[in-house]
Ligand binder design. Structure first.
Ligand SMILES: Cc1cc2nc3c(=O)[nH]c(=O)nc-3n(C[C@H](O)[C@H](O)[C@H](O)COP(=O)(O)OP(=O)(O)OC[C@H]3O[C@@H](n4cnc5c(N)ncnc54)[C@H](O)[C@@H]3O)c2cc1C
Length: 447
């Protein structure tokens, strides 16, 4: 790797003229605004603000020639934090952020990978369209749409990737492809769940769904007996109509009782239907506070574009999927909470329409589960979390990579069960034989 000089912020990478023009390097104005991500500090040698797929090809070529670490960033909200690095190249897609409605009647839209989901939602709203993505508007399209996308309408509309109709990528050899069900179908299968291993996605086409206003209920429950509460909440969510999706956050208190806050969304505003759909979920536990309101969907996930400064201190997280919240699982989840273990546990309902897609349809193969679980903690408390997580592991069925920070073969097997990992390894050998795209949950090659 060749550097030009070293600054107090780190060494600057040497770059050819074309790339220097789009680079922010240590010592440059604005470097502090682009060096970190949501969960991690970084000191890359160059952040390349790519404007075209050709810029990406040039960046890949240069990274290979220089043997520089290469990472890809869209919204910088990767929980694993691996969209920055130390001393290497970051390909930053945030300027490739167009959102285009190709056909309002059928809902076909094209979204560039550097857009934020909040901006996507706001752009689709005037057309009466929506794409379920996640619960946070600042999350980038590229990271989420290459992994899954468990959103606030998941039980009604399925995962974000279930709506993908095509993906445009720059591959490891610098070629540009548009893949869909009829063109490079193996690649299209792999992109939907393991996309980060196969190239730099520049844009996607999705089928968005028609959507009117929704009702959101933000409910604070007394979760003094967290296991009992979780069992009741889980059963209520599973029994709810598909119009209902509920995300739950439990925060363990220092010496105080855990508190649970749910964000429950019902698609529709008919008063009677809302009451009927939400009442069972709201009766999962003693309600300390509840605020329900009708709103356009996009207002639930505004994009703030705040500068990333590793502002999330809970930078270690474990991820798992559950079919049901059984008593032993609930007890093991409850044990995660408490001082010195996991300060935060989140459950997101999947199920419903997510499970309508066959498990063989794409690399994300988890189609029987009803809940996605994440537990996050401070790096200093990682071992405590891991000890508790081992007790929970037998009750889990699979893993969603977007909420995991750990690495290793067991996690890949959990994320890509059975024959899925084997097929991905074969495809990795075909599309990325030199392991250019290995910075985040690297797949081994075949053999
Ligand atoms: C506050 C918060 C809330 C979240 N809520 C949800 C939720 O409700 N549902 C859900 O499903 N997920 C959720 N997530 C997880 C989120 O989907 C993932 O972390 C996702 O990877 C973030 O995407 P990004 O583009 O912002 O990330 P980045 O940090 O930019 O990228 C993350 C990784 O994705 C890969 N990548 C990024 N862009 C591309 C690209 N263009 N081509 C190929 N690979 C790429 C790279 O490996 C990179 O390291 C949440 C994350 C946060 C921080």
């Amino acid at each position: 790797m060749r550097t030009t000089d070293t600054t107090p912020q780190g060494p600057r990478l040497a770059l050819p003229e074309g790339l220097a023009a789009i680079a922010t390097r240590p010592g440059d104005d604005g470097y502090e605004r682009v060096r970190h991500t949501y969960t991690r500090h970084g000191s890359p040698g160059a952040v390349l603000s790519v404007r075209t797929p050709q810029d990406i090809v040039a960046a890949l070529t240069h990274a290979r020639d220089m043997r520089a670490p290469l990472t890809v960033r869209s919204g910088g909200h990767g929980i694993s934090g691996r969209s920055t690095n130390h001393g290497g190249i970051v390909v930053d897609l945030s300027r490739l952020n167009a959102v285009e409605v190709l056909d309002a009647r059928s809902g076909l839209v094209r979204v560039e990978a550097g857009a934020r989901w909040g901006d996507v939602a706001a752009s689709l709203a005037p057309h009466g369209l929506a794409l379920s993505s996640g619960d946070t508007g600042d999350v980038g399209v590229g990271g989420l749409a290459t992994a899954g996308g468990i959103g606030l309408l998941a039980r009604l509309h399925g995962l974000t990737i279930d709506h993908m109709r095509a993906a445009e990528l720059v591959l490891a050899d610098g070629s540009r492809v548009r893949t869909d069900a009829d063109h490079d179908p193996d690649l299209f299968w792999a992109v939907r769940g393991a996309g980060a291993n196969f190239g730099v996605a520049t844009a996607f086409e999705f089928h968005a769904e028609p959507l009117g206003d929704v009702v959101a209920a933000i409910t604070v429950f007394d979760a003094g007996d967290p296991a009992a509460f979780l069992i009741r909440w889980g059963a209520a969510v599973e029994a709810a109509p598909r119009t209902v999706t509920s995300f739950l956050t439990l925060v363990g208190g220092r010496g105080s009782e855990p508190v649970a806050q749910a964000m429950t969304v019902h698609a529709g505003t008919d008063t009677e239907a809302v009451r009927e759909a939400l009442a069972p979920v709201l009766s999962a536990g003693p309600v300390l506070r509840n605020h329900a309101f009708a709103t356009p969907y996009h207002r639930l996930l505004p994009a703030t574009h705040a500068v990333q400064q590793a502002q999330q201190p809970l930078a270690v997280s474990r991820s798992g999927l559950l079919e049901h919240i059984t008593e032993p699982a609930a007890r093991a989840i409850a044990a995660l909470l408490g001082a010195g273990r996991a300060p935060m546990v989140q459950l997101r309902s999947v199920g419903g329409a997510v499970n309508d897609t066959p498990s063989t349809a794409m690399a994300y193969a988890h189609r029987t589960q009803n809940f996605s679980l994440m537990a996050a903690t401070l790096p200093a408390l990682r071992e405590n979390l891991d000890r508790q997580w081992e007790r929970l592991h037998p009750h889990l069925k699979g893993l969603y990579l977007s909420f995991e920070t750990g690495t290793g073969r067991r996690r890949l097997r959990d994320a890509f069960p059975g024959a899925v990992l084997d097929r991905l390894m074969i495809l990795k050998s075909r599309y990325d034989p030199d392991h250019v795209f290995d910075s985040n949950f690297a797949l081994p090659s075949e053999g």
